[in-house]
Design a protein around this ligand. Structure first.
Ligand code: CA
Length: 230
């Protein structure tokens, strides 16, 4: 799944500068000119990362960042603040409200893309192409291949994305809502039991390589990927 970057920026020239460079880097882009529009977009699809301008018409970028951090659904959303204000206290305020990084205008497009990529690597490894291997199960996003104890596993696109997310976020319990957001990109219009159906299919495909037990059901909460027995 390519990374989806939500850019919240009211100046058209900067908006398109950011958009062009992110797209050139192979990232998908959503654009919003104000916090209200951005909020509506996030309600529909959870992006991989938000690039947020400090000065926006209406609700400021800082207030919007606070709002994102106070909602459990968006609390951990990777967030980069973009600002024309290079003062130290602004930088500190930006980091205090929970921004993960900070870019000062005018910025070089190359630096902006590098910061976005670095933050994605740290916080959203499921949108990068790095192979993952855990307890004999190996998934390679670049070649779209999965092997369990060396045996090839054939997965549908949804099972592949689901497994990729679980393998890059191990040991934590993921609710069905979180999985819908992260794997389907939609927590509103897809039914929660859809998750169960795909988990069942995924386990069935992993059974032959004895890797199905890596996906654990946590009763009443959701699912967890773990190499440690329950
Ligand atoms: Ca602005």
């Amino acid at each position: 799944m390519p990374a989806l970057i939500l850019v919240v920026e009211d100046e058209p020239a900067i908006q398109s500068l950011i958009e062009v460079n992110l797209r050139r880097a192979g990232l998908e882009v959503l654009l919003a000119g104000d916090a209200e529009t951005a909020h509506k977009m996030i309600n529909e699809v959870l992006p991989s990362l938000v690039l947020l301008d400090w000065m926006l018409p209406g609700m400021s970028g800082v207030d919007f960042a606070r709002r994102l951090r106070s909602d459990p659904r968006t609390r951990d959303l990777p967030l980069i603040m973009v600002t024309a204000r290079a003062e130290e206290r602004d930088k500190i305020e930006g980091l205090e409200i929970g921004a993960d990084d900070y870019i000062t205008k005018p910025f070089s497009p190359r630096e902006m893309v590098a910061r976005v990529r670095a933050l994605l690597r740290r916080h959203a490894p499921q949108v990068t192409d790095a192979p993952v291997e855990i307890a004999g199960l190996r998934l390679d996003p670049a070649t779209h291949r999965v092997t369990a104890q060396g045996e090839t596993v054939t997965l549908g696109p949804t099972e592949f994305r689901l497994l990729h997310f679980l393998m890059t976020h191990t040991e934590r319990v993921h609710s069905r809502t979180v999985l819908l957001d992260q794997v389907w990109g939609d927590h509103v219009f897809v039914e929660e039991r859809t998750v169960d159906v795909h988990i069942r299919r995924l386990r069935a495909q992993l059974e032959a390589g004895h890797c199905d037990q890596l996906i654990q059901t946590v009763r009443g909460s959701g699912y967890r990927f773990s190499a440690n027995p329950e």
